[in-house]
Design a protein around this ligand. Structure first.
Ligand SMILES: *Cc1c(COP(=O)(O)O)cnc(C)c1O
Length: 402
C-alpha cells in the first residue's frame, strides 16, 4: 500500500488490512491472525464468515438483489414481523445505517406530534455524551462539539441534559418538546449504562407529557447485552427504537421500530429510502435473527459476558495502576483506564487482539456474540500482557508506544 490513499482521510486508520475472517479471528494480508474483540464496532455479531449468513447471502445473491420499495419485499415483511414479535414494536422501517435509522426516528417523533394536532412540538431532548450518527441532524442530536465543528449552524431542535439528572430533564421540557432520545448504554462516550431507574423516570415523564421515548440501540441492541435489546433488561419500553450495527452481521442495515401509535403520522410518502430493506439485506437480517433466536443463544451471551467481566475484574485488581474500572453489560464491556485508551488499544494490537477506543479513557471490548470460552481466555492472557506493558511504560514515564 502507498502512504497516500485516494480515500478521504476522515479516518485515522491503523496501518493494517485483512484478507479474510474466520469466526472471531481476522487474518491480515501478511497471514498474521488477530483475535477480533472489536467486531467491526459491534457489527460482526456472529463473527466472520458465519456459514448460515454466508449461505443466506449467496442464495439471495443468485436470485434477486434489488427491486426498490415500489414493490412488496416478502423477506422484509418477515424480518419486520420477527423484530416486532420479539419487542414492544408494531412496525419497522428499514434503513441502511444507524444514522439513517435515527433520522427516521426523529422525523417520526415530529410527525407524531404534528399528526396529533400539536405541530408546535418539534424539539427533542438528548443527552450529553450521546452519539447518534454523523448526518447533520444526528450530529446535532449527539451534540458533541468535536462533531459539529466547522459544519455551520447545528440543525435546530435539540436540547441537551446530563444523563441521570432528573431536575435538569424536567426543566428542559417545554411547550415545543416532542420526544426524548437516549442510548440505554452510551457506547461511543465510554460504555456507560443508564440506570434503569432513570429510564423508568423518562418513561413516566414521557407518558405524563405526551412525549415519545426513543431508545437508540444501534450499538446495544441485537443480543449484545445478552438481551435481544438492552432495554429488555430494564423493564422499560420505548415508543421508538433504532437498530443498526449487529442487525446485518456485517451487511449494511438499519431499522427504526415503533408502536402503531408513535408511527401514526408516517403514511405513504412521508419517508423513504431507495436501498432500505432490500432483498440482500433482508436475507442476511433474517439469517442473523435465526441465530439470535435459537434456544439458549442469548442466555449463552449473557453467561459469557459474566465470565468475561469476572475475569476482567480480576485483571483490574492486579493492574490498579492502569485500570480504573470495568463496566458494561453482556459482551458490551468497557475497560476505563488511567491513560488514554489508545495506549491500551495499541498494546493489545501488539498482542494481536483488536479492540475499539471510546470516550472517557475507555477501551471497548465488543467480541462477536459467538466468541468461545477458549478465545475469551486468550484475550484475557493478551490483556494481562498488554496491561503489564502499559504499566511498565507508565512507571518509566513514557508512552507504551515509544
Ligand atoms: C454507531 C452508532 C450510530 C451510528 O450508526 P452509523 O451506522 O454509523 O450511522 C448511532 N447510534 C449509536 C448508539 C451508535 O453506536
Amino acid at each position: 500500500m502507498t502512504d497516500r490513499s485516494a480515500l478521504l482521510p476522515v479516518f485515522a486508520r491503523t496501518d493494517l488490512s485483512f484478507e479474510r475472517g474466520e469466526g472471531s479471528w481476522l487474518v491480515a494480508d501478511t497471514g498474521e491472525r488477530y483475535l477480533d474483540f472489536g467486531a467491526g464496532i459491534a457489527v460482526n455479531a456472529l463473527g466472520h464468515a458465519h456459514p448460515h449468513l454466508v449461505e443466506a447471502l449467496q442464495q439471495q445473491a443468485a436470485k434477486l438483489w434489488h427491486t426498490s420499495n415500489l414493490y412488496r419485499i416478502p423477506e422484509g415483511e418477515r424480518l419486520a414481523s420477527r423484530l416486532c414479535a420479539n419487542s414492544f414494536a408494531d412496525v419497522v422501517f428499514f434503513a441502511n445505517s444507524g444514522a439513517e435509522a435515527n433520522e427516521a426516528a426523529l422525523k417520526m417523533a415530529r410527525k407524531f406530534q404534528s399528526a396529533s394536532g400539536r405541530p408546535e412540538r418539534w424539539r427533542v431532548i438528548a443527552f450529553n455524551g450521546a452519539f447518534h450518527g454523523r448526518t447533520l441532524a444526528t450530529i446535532a442530536a449527539g451534540g458533541s462539539p468535536k462533531h459539529l465543528e466547522g459544519f455551520g449552524p447545528a440543525v435546530e431542535g435539540f436540547d441537551h441534559v446530563d444523563v441521570g439528572n432528573e431536575a435538569q430533564l424536567k426543566a428542559a421540557i417545554g411547550p415545543e418538546t416532542a420526544a426524548i432520545i437516549i442510548e440505554p448504554i452510551q457506547g461511543e462516550s465510554g460504555v456507560k449504562p443508564v440506570a434503569p431507574s432513570f429510564l423508568r423516570f423518562l418513561r413516566e415523564i414521557c407518558d405524563a407529557n405526551d412525549l415519545l421515548l426513543i431508545f437508540d440501540e444501534v450499538q446495544s441492541g441485537m443480543g449484545r447485552t445478552g438481551h435481544l435489546f438492552a432495554h429488555q433488561g430494564t423493564g422499560v419500553e420505548p415508543d421508538i427504537m433504532t437498530l443498526a450495527k449487529g442487525i446485518g452481521g456485517g451487511f449494511p442495515l438499519g431499522a427504526c421500530l415503533a408502536t402503531d401509535r408513535a408511527a401514526a403520522g408516517m403514511t405513504a410518502g412521508a419517508h423513504g429510502s431507495t436501498f432500505g430493506g432490500n432483498p440482500l439485506a433482508m436475507a442476511v437480517g433474517n439469517a442473523v435473527m435465526d441465530v439470535l433466536l435459537e434456544d439458549g443463544f442469548l442466555a449463552d451471551v449473557a453467561q459469557k459476558g459474566l465470565v468475561l467481566k469476572q475475569k476482567l475484574a480480576e485483571l483490574a485488581d492486579r493492574h490498579r495502576g492502569v485500570v480504573a474500572e470495568i463496566r458494561g453489560e453482556g459482551l458490551m464491556l468497557g475497560v476505563r483506564c488511567h491513560v488514554p485508551p489508545a495506549e491500551l488499544v495499541g498494546a493489545l494490537l501488539r498482542q494481536h487482539v483488536l479492540t475499539v477506543p471510546a470516550g472517557d479513557n475507555v477501551v471497548r471490548l465488543l467480541p462477536p456474540l459467538t466468541i468461545t470460552a477458549e478465545d475469551i481466555d486468550s484475550a484475557i492472557g493478551a490483556l494481562d500482557a498488554a496491561l503489564t506493558e502499559v504499566e511498565t511504560a507508565l512507571a518509566q514515564g513514557r508512552s507504551a508506544a515509544e
